[in-house]
Design a binder for this molecule. Sequence first.
Ligand SMILES: [Zn+2]
Length: 75
Amino acid sequence: MCVFCKGDLKESRTIHTVNINDCIIIIKNVPCMECSQCGEVYFNDDVLEKIEDIIAQVKNVLSEITVIDYNKQVA
Ligand SMILES: [Zn+2]
């Protein structure tokens, strides 16, 4: 259940944006649970871990805007 509105969560995919040192990392197709009422997005621990891996991998080669597909990353 959504912690904000107690709405039902449904499986979805989202675009996750991270801001590091004035650079933006955009990760597409991130699996998530999305609230069907307010649209709040939740990630499970595995996904959060993988997002951190992705950020660690691209951190050294950051351009101003980096766009990555979640599914193309090998953890
Ligand atoms: Zn909600």
